[in-house]
Design a protein around this ligand. Sequence first.
Ligand SMILES: NC(=O)C1=CN([C@@H]2O[C@H](COP(=O)(O)OP(=O)(O)OC[C@H]3O[C@@H](n4cnc5c(N)ncnc54)[C@H](OP(=O)(O)O)[C@@H]3O)[C@@H](O)[C@H]2O)C=CC1
Ligand SMILES: CCCCCCCCCCCCCCCC(=O)[C@@H](N)CO
Length: 306
Amino acid sequence: FLVRPRGARVPLKGRHVFITGGSSGIGLAMATAAAREGARVSILARNTARLEEARAAIQRDSGRSDVGVHAADVRDAGAVARALEEAGPVDVLVCNHGVFVPQELEKQDVEEIKWMVDINLMGTFHLIKAALPAMKARTRETRLPGSIAIMSSQAGQVGIYGYTAYSASKFALRGLGEALQHEVITDNIHVSLIFPPDTETPGLEEEHKRRPELTNIIAGSSGGMKANDVAKKALDGIKSGKFIIPCNFEGAMLAVATAGLSPQSSPVMAFLEVIGAGLMRFAALCFQWNWFSTIEGYYAKNKKRE
Ligand SMILES: NC(=O)C1=CN([C@@H]2O[C@H](COP(=O)(O)OP(=O)(O)OC[C@H]3O[C@@H](n4cnc5c(N)ncnc54)[C@H](OP(=O)(O)O)[C@@H]3O)[C@@H](O)[C@H]2O)C=CC1
Ligand SMILES: CCCCCCCCCCCCCCCC(=O)[C@@H](N)CO
């Protein structure tokens, strides 16, 4: 059939799943779910105390005693390489770490922009480069497909007010993922990009302290989710070797609207993309119309108040 790469089954049971940002929010939920499914899980983050708390929680929830923790900053390529060496060969790499501070570009310091790009984008490069050689050897040895999953965001599919830096860092991950899939397919490694909406996590709680009102309103166009539900969608997508993993209904629409030239292994989804393209473009124009009206209305009102 027309679709490439062919679908794959990526088992989790008995395999080594390495998750960055596994000490909090979506990463912790994914680590817990993977351990429950019988994977050996390793998590990486900076804060040691939170890593230890997460390890205890994952072990309690899954009944496994082999959860590995690695304290490193993904911005430090050397530290990332050492952590992966320590952890041993990985079957499923989940690049989930991420930071987000929304702010209008004019008000955001260059340091903060660079900090987001360094962690969200460069950190992901460091991880994949460090993990790939051993992953390739591993898929050859076990004859089972491997997976590299990258956590983007719906703000990595559409630019949103207040997210110039964050959206740039998350859109970039898609380019990385599309190109990487070409390079690793003959090693039997499947790349996945995950696109969650607002998700209840400690990170989102922090974000809300500084989030511009317009960012709140526009991001509210997509229904919020719980970390456990995002984790389930993400792991189901990884297990079936999906390239694009949407998480809610709006996400499914976004996936069709932004399908572009991305790979598609499901004939059903490929069909929906071909049929739905025009319709979703129409829906997208309606959303943009609504967002621009909101922005103009908001600025008009606040000007009057000044
Ligand atoms: N929550 C949401 O609304 C959404 C989140 N996402 C994405 O999902 C991912 C997880 O988000 P969420 O669960 O909310 O985040 P949290 O803030 O709850 O957790 C972030 C995790 O990443 C780790 N981390 C942050 N910076 C670094 C670093 N420099 N090096 C290593 N680890 C780091 C943190 O640990 P520590 O601080 O100890 O290093 C923590 O474990 C992010 O990539 C985010 O962009 C996407 C869409 C929506
Ligand atoms: C064609 C039809 C389109 C359908 C609906 C479009 C809805 C778009 C909403 C985008 C929401 C972005 C939230 C980002 C959350 C995030 O990443 C932060 N919380 C930081 O983590």
